[in-house]
Design a protein around this ligand. Structure first.
Ligand code: PLP
Length: 516
């Protein structure tokens, strides 16, 4: 370990100077703040461009080492080889494709679950598991960890796959029984691994999330798990620094690849356009810019849940009178964008102000940043939002014009990139394979409005059969990933459905712990 960088938190509470391993295990800081590194590395243009000659796992390992992780370099390399290995459908891991002159797509969905969460969740659980083992070895920790996840679809599968058979961890995922697609459900309930569990919850995603939160808040339940099972609870959610750090690596990687392909002149800036929900992905781009990657504008692309786009336009973050809208890009359907706190802290380095904004958000459902902070926001960010039908029309248009099939999340970014494009080449960040959202891609290609139902003969198909229909309309070469196309034949391991509410969740966990 050449140099170790320690951490502090965005609300100025934790004074213990935790290391990378400490903050990965802790997740959130004691006062509710988010961990940020005390110092950032700096990469020269030459060092960035050198990534182009390395396999992806070495790019990620190099970045981690520069960020001063307290894991020995040889071990970082070994874990990265595992994280970004043969489970990826493309050996380049995060390739950049030029779809039309000046517009490049960073494909983050070649992982085992076909969505961008894999970029972090194939990596973070390895470091999490490693950190627990290290702490147990020196006697500062006695327990293993149980991860509980409430999911509306994507995250649950990516977390299951990432944590499956990782030592010292178990994971139980809860999904709304009425709220996920046939394909998403099958992806989860067929998950392999001895340390995984999956339950449906009677109700919608809110019911499911509230129930899991209630279980986290139940001290009696925590004590029971600790005393009888030697387990501590964790959520491993997207505010964990261990999920953010891997998301910086692919922006360094993409710039190096873009220079190599001639998409940008070395040293000249690229703009990035990111379909944004919790602000984790675009925050990775911000950190990449801070450490030296020539990035011009960070363009935040929102769907009809446009709270972030409005914030970047006005400096006011306001959910007090905002209704939650259902969209074809459900992974961006978020009102409280949890990583924004980290961004505001990094722009101000002022824990007191940051804590104040967050307190105001909790109390009044809104906050307004000061002029100086707003100026910093505008210095780096641009934003726009796209309606449901605009995003579907974009899928159809790009498919017709360029023979490239976008998923509905990426379509939001593509549309915004087209509207806001300037002189710089644009990196459109693609966060899911189209096959994960077959129903809405079908509507897009057939010109069916988002609010309309599918024709009855199509609505009765399984998720996999629908993919075959989409593929018939898709450009040549657009092919559903094997793991998705074979789901109708995979054995369903988890059939349990429980009541919403704390007791339903806790009962499910007890049942799962008693399995043989
Ligand atoms: C999670 C997710 C997003 C949003 O990413 P954030 O880091 O939360 O902003 C966008 N698209 C897809 C497909 C996702 O799964």
């Amino acid at each position: 370990m050449a140099h170790v960088i320690t951490y502090h938190d965005t609300r100025g509470t934790d004074r213990s100077h935790p290391t990378f391993s400490d903050v990965v295990v802790a997740g959130i800081a004691p006062g509710g703040g988010l961990y940020v590194p005390d110092a950032l590395p700096s990469l020269s243009l030459e060092e960035i461009l050198a990534y182009a000659t390395l396999p992806y796992w070495q790019r990620a390992a190099d970045l981690f080492s520069r960020f001063g992780v307290d894991v020995e370099a040889g071990r970082v390399a070994a874990l990265m080889r595992d994280a970004y290995g043969s489970q990826w459908a493309d050996p380049r891991i995060a390739p950049v494709t030029e779809v039309v002159a000046g517009t490049h797509v960073l494909e983050l969905w070649h992982g085992p679950t076909s969505a961008f969460k894999d970029m972090a969740l194939q990596c973070m659980p390895l470091f999490f598991s490693e950190a627990i083992a290290a702490k147990q070895a020196v006697g500062t920790l006695a327990e293993d960890f149980l991860i509980l996840v409430a999911t509306s679809g994507d995250t649950g599968k990516a977390a299951l796959d990432g944590f499956a058979d990782r030592p010292h961890t178990g994971i139980v995922v809860f999904y709304p029984a009425e709220g996920v697609s046939d394909l998403q459900r099958k992806q989860m309930v067929t998950q392999a691994g001895d340390n995984v569990g999956v339950f449906g919850v009677r109700g919608n995603f809110d019911d499911c999330q509230n129930a899991v939160k209630a279980a986290f808040g139940d001290e009696g339940f925590s004590a029971e798990l600790r005393e009888h099972h030697d387990l501590l609870l964790s959520s491993a959610n997207s505010i964990n620094w261990g999920r953010l750090l891997p998301q910086i690596a692919y922006y360094v990687s993409a710039y190096a690849d873009l220079v190599t392909s001639g998409g940008v002149v070395a040293g000249r800036p690229m703009d990035v356009c990111v379909p944004t929900g919790n602000f984790g992905n675009i925050l990775g781009a911000y950190y990449a810019k801070r450490i030296g990657v020539p990035i011009g504008r960070l363009i935040c692309a929102a769907n009809e849940n446009r709270v972030l786009a409005d914030f970047i336009a006005t400096g006011v973050y306001d959910i007090s009178e905002r209704d939650f809208v259902t969209t074809p890009s459900p992974s961006m359907d978020i009102l409280i964008s949890s990583n924004l706190e980290r961004q505001l802290y990094e722009l101000t380095r002022d824990a007191e102000r940051t804590a104040g904004w967050m307190a105001s958000l909790r109390a009044e459902g809104r906050f307004t940043v000061d002029r100086e902070t707003f100026h910093h926001v505008r210095e780096h960010f641009a934003a726009d939002s796209v309606t449901n039908d605009e995003s579907l029309a974009c899928i159809r248009r790009v498919c017709g014009e360029y023979g490239y099939l976008l998923d509905p999340h990426t379509a939001v970014a593509w549309e915004v990139a087209e509207r806001l494009r300037d002189v710089n080449p644009v990196l459109v960040v693609s966060t899911a394979h189209w096959a994960k959202f077959g129903t809405d891609v079908y509507k897009a290609l057939r010109g069916i409005p988002y609010a309309d139902a599918l024709p009855a003969d199509v609505a009765s198909l399984t998720g996999v059969q629908l993919l075959a229909e989409v593929q018939r309309m898709a450009p040549e070469g657009a092919c559903a990933p094997r793991a998705l196309a074979e789901l109708d034949d995979a054995a369903e391991r988890f059939t349990g459905v429980v009541d919403a509410g704390r007791e339903g969740i806790e009962g499910a966990v007890r049942e799962w712990l008693a399995r043989d």
